[in-house]
Design a protein around this ligand. Structure first.
Ligand SMILES: [Mn+2]
Length: 463
């Protein structure tokens, strides 16, 4: 088991990061797997992400589109991937920015067409300015066009435009593809099952994120600002080789922990309160997603610990349900039963367990789901239901288990001692043949272990 408060040396960390890379052959295989599912005479068109401006001349840090990255490993802005299937098998065409000495002096290295072919195994690579000329040629004669259909009107207009150009040349033999399909569900189904190489990266992202949570527990003290605790995470992520958090870090002290997507993080942490932190790093485009809730001054009060114990037991019960063949909502149902029984036992809800579950009276205290897929996106791709039925868990799926309880500060239906307590405990779990593999065990979640770590005792963490 991981030691909670052990930081890797810089050299150790760099070595790990260098050694965990997805081989290019895996990206080739993914493109082939996608094309293999398509009918004869199909073309896939997939644009990558573009740079977004934050304000004048200052852009947001560029992050490649997850689907594009999944199929290429190519992380440059403004690129397009075109896959053609046909007699010759799958061909990959990449459109990307040209090499340009002057431009590269300003905005940095570009891969260029030659290296795109050599290093990214593309059949052909073109400069971006060739897109409007080449695309009609590439889709000429195909029957089926697959591209992202998710309300990107500019993309559909451009594609319609290319098709229209072909229709106008019908007399010279050009044929426009008339059957258009959404490519995203196909890519998303592939993304849902992680390869061994992906799991290696995800385990490491989880480990770095868990270490950051340990650090936060160790440095947390009353009067600290929420953003100062956030800073500990960002520092640890970056020093460990992650360039950014996978999502906006949530640091909610006291009742702010009841705001599910609280990101202001600008209030002082008060002695006697809990602090809820939802934070995970992104490593090589893969997300970790961990939540821990701990007492600002290092000791849980009786009410905090009573509620915490309910959430913790709900979490253990949910993790137990991460088994091949069980449906993907089994963890939620298990968590719900424990949470509801706990709320009944503590007198926060009335009635019987069945009544509480049936009437959803628990929703006042637990209003979100227990799991989501995890991968290139923190809320990762892949359907949860197939034909109305929750899908069975399969080996290689990765999901979060994150039950919580949130007692609003103004909820006068409960005794004042419970109000303003927000608790969530979230781990990341791989579905394996041998049962659930929790990859975020590097940070404690049992009350005694958290209190010991916060008291400065170095301890080994139990799973
Ligand atoms: Mn989550």
């Amino acid at each position: 088991m991981t030691h909670a408060n052990q930081q890797k040396s810089r050299a150790e960390q760099n070595l790990i990061n260098r050694n965990i890379k997805i081989p290019q052959s895996e990206y080739d295989l993914r493109r082939q797997r996608l094309v293999d599912q398509l009918p004869e005479g199909s073309v896939v068109i997939l644009p990558g992400a573009v740079i977004r401006y934050r304000n004048n001349d200052a852009d947001y840090a560029f992050r490649q589109d997850s689907d594009f990255y999944y199929l290429t490993g190519f992380a440059e802005e403004e690129a397009w991937l075109v896959l053609t299937s046909g007699r010759k098998g799958a061909d990959s065409h990449l459109f990307c920015l040209p090499k340009d000495r002057a431009q590269e002096t300003w905005t940095g290295f570009r891969v260029g067409q030659e290296q795109a072919i050599a290093e990214y195994n593309m059949s052909c690579a073109y400069t971006l300015d060739q897109l409007d000329n080449r695309l009609p040629e590439l889709i000429d004669g195909a029957q089926h066009l697959f591209y992202p259909m998710q309300g990107d009107d500019a993309l559909s207009r451009r594609i319609q435009d290319w098709c229209q150009q072909l229709r106008q040349k019908a007399r010279s033999g050009a044929v426009a593809p008339e059957q258009h399909h959404n490519v995203l569900p196909l890519i998303h189904e592939l993304r849902l099952i992680k390869s061994d190489a992906e799991l290696v990266i995800m385990r490491h992202a989880a480990e770095i994120s868990a270490e950051a949570h340990c650090k936060a527990m160790q440095v947390c003290e009353p009067e600290m600002m929420e953003y100062q605790l956030e800073a500990e995470y960002l520092y640890h992520f970056m020093r460990s080789g992650s360039r950014a958090p996978a999502y906006n870090t949530i640091v909610g002290g006291g009742a702010n922990g009841c705001v599910l997507h609280y990101v202001e993080n600008n209030q002082p942490l008060n002695a006697g309160d809990l602090v809820l932190i939802d934070a995970g790093c992104e490593l090589q485009h893969y997300a970790a997603d961990i939540t821990r809730t701990f007492p600002v001054s290092g000791r849980f009060s009786p009410e905090q610990s009573a509620l915490y114990q309910v959430v913790l037991e709900a979490q253990y019960a949910a993790i137990d349900q991460v088994q091949v063949g069980l449906d993907c909502h089994a963890p939620h149902r298990a968590a719900l039963n424990v949470l509801c029984q706990g709320l009944l036992d503590l007198g926060l809800l009335g009635g019987t367990l069945d009544e509480v579950v049936e009437s959803e009276s628990y929703r006042r205290f637990y209003m979100h789901g227990t799991s989501h897929w995890l991968g290139l996106d923190v809320h990762d791709a892949g359907r949860y239901k197939i034909e109305g039925q929750s899908r069975p868990l399969q080996v290689g799926m990765v999901l979060t288990i994150e039950p919580g309880l949130y007692i609003a500060p103004d909820d006068d239906s409960v005794d004042v001692c419970w109000r303003g307590i927000g608790i969530r405990i979230e781990d990341n779990v791989i579905v394996t043949e041998q049962g659930p593999e929790v990859i975020t065990t590097g940070v404690p979640k049992n009350i005694a272990e958290i209190e010991a770590l916060m008291a400065g005792e170095g301890i080994a963490i139990s799973a």
